[in-house]
Design a protein around this ligand. Structure first.
Ligand SMILES: Nc1nc2c(ncn2[C@@H]2O[C@H](COP(=O)(O)OP(=O)(O)OP(=O)(O)O)[C@@H](O)[C@H]2O)c(=O)[nH]1
Ligand SMILES: [Mg+2]
Length: 355
């Protein structure tokens, strides 16, 4: 079993640079050809605090760089990697720092964790110890309603900096989508308009990631997450899938999350595409504080500190909507998410009462 998974991974990384973090603040790059280590070097990332609290503990410390359901691939500080068996629902995720002792894997405390809920209300971990979240969209296929807003709220609530990547800007239809999305989000998050195919607009994104951030690309299937990673670092050579000819949607080409170091600094996780970014454990206050477009109302602009921006008197959001500075459409999306959050909170309270 282990041998089989190792072979799979060797195929995945065959002939490519494979890299991982040796400790917070330091990246170890290991260049391998068909599984053999050729050279290793390390690169300091500015501004990240080393966590040495587990130094000296038994076991070998590493980071999970791929999750295969029943096994995870761990990259150790010395540049070696190993498949370690885990239970199917072990709760580990790519980005987790771990201590491996024999066949036992112990997860170290997470700095951050990002979760989402699917349409069946199941909760999924997207990644651990992330600094930034790249929300990837394209003119084709278009993001589901509210996807970007939910992703921004979830990221901010988890202490990550979200940024928006508008891919496929080489397509004719992209101009309108870029103008609309820039208009809505440019005041809230960094927006990168680019094309993975032509490489146009990639440089600002590389500069941003080069500051040493660890991030993940999320988005629906077919928006070009893997293509973008390939464009940033051709040696990674991730599988890319054509869009379905009948509905212009992607085909869930990526099935496993994988962490990659970028040549000019920073690390990115390529994730399988998903449709729903349902919020997990987000309160009404979190939503009101993190919803993109409401930033100018944060400095005590509402009469009530815990204003939900629904019907409260003296609400600055409602005032901005009346003035047309927040569009009715943006406000309607907020109310829709607020309704979901409120019913989630009610359900949680009912569960508590029952117990
Ligand atoms: N025109 C154009 N097509 C692109 C661009 N980037 C990706 N594509 C195409 O979009 C399709 C899907 O690309 P992928 O990279 O597999 O998309 P993904 O987001 O990784 O999809 P999943 O792995 O299924 O989540 C492929 O046919 C790519 O060639 C781009 O910048 N411009
Ligand atoms: Mg992919």
């Amino acid at each position: 079993m282990t041998h089989c998974l190792s072979s799979l991974l060797r195929l995945l990384y065959c002939g490519s640079d494979v890299t991982g973090r040796s400790e917070y603040g330091r990246i170890v790059t290991v260049v391998r050809t068909t599984g053999q280590r050729v050279k290793a070097h390390s690169k300091k990332i500015p501004g990240r605090k080393p966590d040495n609290s587990f130094e000296g503990a038994a076991g070998q410390r590493g980071i999970i760089v791929a999750h295969h359901g029943v096994a995870v691939e761990v990259l150790f500080h010395d540049g070696t990697r190993e498949m370690v068996r885990v239970k199917r629902r072990s709760g580990h995720v790519v980005g987790d720092e771990v201590l491996v002792t024999g066949e036992v894997l112990e997860r170290l405390p997470r700095r951050t964790e990002l979760r989402r809920r699917d349409a069946m209300r199941g909760v999924h971990l997207v990644g651990a110890n992330l600094d930034v979240l790249g929300i990837v969209v394209a003119a084709f296929p278009q993001p589901p309603a509210g996807f970007i807003d939910r992703a921004i709220v979830a990221a901010r609530a988890a202490d990550l900096d979200p940024f928006l990547v508008i891919n496929k800007c080489d397509l004719e239809q992209a101009a309108d989508a870029v103008a609309t999305l820039q208009g809505i989000y440019a005041g809230s998050v960094q927006v990168f308009s680019l094309s993975a195919v032509t490489g146009a607009g990639l440089a600002p994104l590389l500069e941003y990631l080069g500051a040493g951030h660890r991030g993940a690309f999320v988005g629906t299937t077919g928006v070009g997450k893997s293509s973008l990673l390939n464009a940033i670092c051709p040696a990674i050579d991730l599988k890319v899938g054509a869009l379905n000819v009948f509905n212009d949607k992607g085909c869930n080409t990526t099935t496993v999350s994988t962490l990659h170091a970028l040549p000019d600094g920073g690390e990115l996780i390529d994730t399988p595409g998903f449709q729903d970014f349902g919020l997990v454990d987000i309160t009404m206050q979190d939503l009101a504080a993190h919803y993109p477009g409401f930033e100018e109302t944060h400095q005590g602009a509402c009469r009530f500190r815990n204003c939900r921006h629904r019907t409260e008197p003296g609400c600055s959001v409602i005032e901005l909507v009346a003035q047309g500075r927040i569009t009715a459409e943006r406000y309607a999306t907020y109310i829709e998410i607020l309704n979901e959050v409120e019913s989630g909170e009610l359900e949680a309270r009912q569960r508590e009462w029952k117990n």
